[in-house]
Structure formats: structure tokens, C-alpha cells
Design a protein around this ligand. Structure first.
Ligand code: AMP
Length: 216
């Protein structure tokens, strides 16, 4: 069965963490535009250089940049059986472009999951987040600490606070989310594709809710 999924939710809602687990469970790739942009920034590609200033400031990268990335990624062989989009679409034009791409590729309709978490919890999660600069793995000093303090479990690299997890950038990311991304909830409700999931609680509990919402 072809599973084409979108995880919607504010910064810190757990999209990346859950997308990673869903990808392993269903055997389909996680497509995270944030991870793709961070990789491009790390490698210093022209796209990475273009995106860097926006990302560090907590602003959205221009639509045409991310739309091109996603279009290319979804056309790859490993995405034929489905994919989990995490962090895309983030604007109405991105959602419209995605619809057009899927239609062009003759792909099944999407299931859209809105992972809901109150703002106070989001702030607490983003505040203690640590990320691996090498493989992008995400930890939290309190909720999901690495086995050895400050070091990535999988590759041993020193963990860092993402530039956009600094307080000034966090406020900007919330503004961007409220202005540009939150309208997608209405957009996908109208198309009948949206399912809502409570994102508060233990990681495995939230994962269970997502899987049940997909099966419902
Ligand atoms: P994330 O890891 O999803 O929180 O994304 C980190 C940053 O990458 C965002 O704050 C944006 O600057 C950029 N970004 C990721 N996905 C998108 C997108 N779909 N549209 C625009 N900018 C994005």
C-alpha cells in the first residue's frame, strides 16, 4: 500500500522524531526539508549558501528553493512506495505545488497529520534541544538525553544547539509558523485529508496515536 504522509505541526511538535520512527515502521523514506537544507548548508553548496541566512534567523527559505528540492526528492526510486514529509509544505503555495507534483507523478492522495502541542510545551522542548551536526539526530537534555552527555549516540560527534534554537530565532519561527504554516490546517481540512493527533506525552505514546489515526 502506498503511504504518502505529511506531518504538520509547530516547531518542536516532534515532527522529525516521529517521522524517523514512522519511516522505520513503514519502510518508507523520511523527507525532511530542514535536514536537506542543513546538509546543503554544511556542504556549502550554492543552495546551502542561499538558505543559510534565512535558516539562522528562523525565517522560511523562499518557496521556489524548497519546492525544487522536494520535487526532485519525491521522484527518486525509494519514494515510489510512499514517503513521510516532515517540515514541508510550510506555506499554501508549497501545498499547491506539492498537489501538482503528486498529480503529475500519478500518486495516491496524502494523509495529513497535524501534531498538536501547546506553546508552553513547545518552548520547553526547543529550549533543551541538542542536535548532531553530522547526522542530524535530535536529543533533549531532559526528555531524550544522549547515552553519553553531549555526544551523539550513533556517531559520537559533539552535540550542538541549532542556530535556530536560540531564543531570538525561536520567536521568529513561531511567527512564521502562525502567519504562513498554520493556514495549512484549514487548507487540508477542506480537502478532507487532515487528521489531528495530540502530540503531548511520551514519544511511543504519540507514535501509537499517529499510527491509530492513520488506520482509522
Ligand atoms: P526544520 O528543521 O523543519 O525546523 O527547518 C529548519 C529551517 O529550515 C526552517 O526554520 C526554515 O528556515 C528552513 N525550512 C525547512 N523546511 C522549509 C520549508 N518547507 N519552507 C521554507 N523553509 C523551510
Amino acid at each position: 500500500m502506498e503511504r504518502n504522509l505529511i506531518l504538520l505541526g509547530a516547531p518542536g511538535a516532534g515532527k522529525g522524531t516521529q517521522a524517523q520512527r514512522l519511516a522505520a515502521r513503514f519502510g518508507i523514506p523520511q523527507v525532511s526539508t530542514g535536514d536537506m537544507l542543513r546538509a546543503a548548508r554544511r556542504e556549502g553548496t550554492p543552495l546551502g549558501k542561499k538558505a543559510e541566512g534565512f535558516m539562522n534567523a528562523g525565517q522560511l527559505v523562499p518557496d521556489e528553493v524548497v519546492i525544487g528540492l522536494v520535487e526532485e526528492r519525491l521522484g527518486k526510486a525509494d519514494a515510489k512506495g510512499g514517503f513521510i514529509l516532515d517540515g514541508f509544505p510550510r506555506t499554501i503555495p508549497q501545498a499547491q505545488a506539492l498537489g501538482a507534483v503528486l498529480q503529475k507523478l500519478g500518486r495516491a492522495p496524502l494523509a495529513v497529520l497535524d501534531v498538536q502541542v501547546p506553546e508552553a510545551t513547545l518552548l520547553e522542548r526547543l529550549g533543551g534541544r541538542l542536535s548532531c551536526p553530522k547526522d542530524g539526530a535530535s536529543y533533549h537534555v531532559k526528555f531524550t538525553p544522549p547515552k553519553k552527555p553531549g555526544l551523539c549516540d550513533t556517531c559520537g560527534s559533539a552535540l550542538q544547539t541549532r542556530a535556530d534554537d536560540r531564543p531570538e530565532a525561536i520567536s521568529q519561527r513561531f511567527r512564521e509558523y502562525n502567519d504562513k504554516t498554520a493556514p495549512l490546517v484549514d487548507y487540508y481540512t477542506k480537502t478532507g485529508l487532515l487528521r489531528t493527533v495530540d502530540g503531548v506525552g511520551e514519544l511511543e505514546v504519540v507514535l501509537g496515536r499517529i499510527v491509530r489515526a492513520l488506520e482509522a
